[in-house]
Design a protein around this ligand. Structure first.
Ligand code: ADP
Length: 315
């Protein structure tokens, strides 16, 4: 319809302006209900290209509906291929010598790992952004850098997949009350890419961070104790450091507290305007999750307002 064409054109224009400004792009993804749980009530009222409307119960403020705008909203039916199609142009700019950072945010069980890597039983269609990004061919690939680990030279995508497999197995995953696949650690894959400008012969260097963050839920909910609690508090510390960095960037403060956590140190270039950055924000459609959904969307909205400098190509 004409209305939808106008919406779509507006969204394109908005994206182009954001590209120029170098803002952080935000894509929202709503996962489907888990199979075998029919007739559940959804906290999502309506989804459009770049807009999501959720149901707000009185317990969380003014009862009614609340809408959020993002660069793109993927509903429960969106396939991995569709999600990647909208991510690919950003990833391609690594080959032009830009630094790119893609990170996944959301509460445990909201679909972060699904977007970045895929489902547990990996199939061809299920391959997540990580794998698809690495399938993009370029003339020469220099190495793979896992922070706090080794720089490993790789020759092919399958080398990278093998390394990622090792990384996944090493990743701390523990059973909490929320989800037995609950991720209690951040996972970061960094790829350094070196290419050649075919016209000028100049060497182009780009780097790409692909980050699957630990669950953003508040600790008390998962009823963890002891070492788990300490670990959860540590994770919360790095996520709240990320929140502080986002807040001070949004307020254009002179001092941005990057140094408060390893995570923000790692993401400093990406958040500081030198890179093209995309945040996938994930929400669960379960009514039970409405509290987390509201705080996640509010955080994402704040991220979307952060204006960065114009991303620069590496020299
Ligand atoms: P997180 O990494 O945020 O803790 P997961 O990616 O492990 O969450 O997702 C939780 C569960 O939901 C998994 O079983 C996953 O396969 C499933 N899931 C998540 N997103 C989707 C999706 N878009 N389509 C189908 N299943 C999904």
């Amino acid at each position: 319809s004409g209305y939808h064409r106008v919406l779509e054109e507006n969204r394109k224009l908005y994206n182009q302006v954001q590209d120029l400004k170098g803002s952080i792009r935000v894509y929202c993804r709503v996962r489907p209900f888990s199979p075998g749980q029919p007739n559940r009530s959804s906290n999502v009222a309506h989804i459009e290209e770049g807009n999501i409307t959720i149901v707000v119960p009185s317990k969380y403020g003014k009862e009614g509906h609340k809408s959020f705008n993002f660069n793109k909203v993927f509903g429960p039916a969106a396939t991995q291929e569709e999600v990647f199609a909208d991510t690919q142009p950003l990833i391609r700019s690594v080959l032009d010598g830009y630094n790119v950072c893609i990170f996944a945010y959301g509460q445990t069980g909201s679909g972060k790992t699904y977007t970045m890597s895929g489902p547990k039983e990996l199939t061809e269609e299920g391959l997540g952004v990580n794998y698809r990004a690495l399938e993009i061919r370029n003339s020469s690939r220099e190495g793979l850098n896992v922070p706090d680990a080794n720089l490993v030279p790789v020759a092919s995508t399958s080398d990278v997949m093998e390394l990622m497999d090792i990384g996944h197995r090493n990743r701390a995953v523990g059973a909490t009350a929320l989800n037995d696949r609950s991720s209690r650690s951040h996972s970061c894959l960094t790829v350094h890419v070196q290419g050649k400008d075919l016209a000028s012969g100049a060497v182009l260097r780009g780097c790409m961070h692909l980050v699957d963050l630990a669950g953003s839920e508040r600790v008390n909910k998962s009823e963890v104790t002891g070492d788990r609690l300490k670990e959860a508090q540590h994770i919360n510390k790095s996520l709240s450091a990320l929140g502080d960095v986002i807040a001070s960037l949004a307020q254009k403060n002179a001092h941005v507290p990057y140094r408060n956590s390893k995570l923000t140190q790692l993401l400093q270039d990406s958040l500081g305007g030198q890179a093209k950055t995309l945040m996938f924000v994930h929400i669960s459609p379960e009514m039970d999750a409405i509290g987390e959904t509201i705080s996640t969307l509010k955080f994402a909205e704040r991220v979307a307002t952060v204006e960065l400098g114009v991303a620069k190509k590496n020299k």
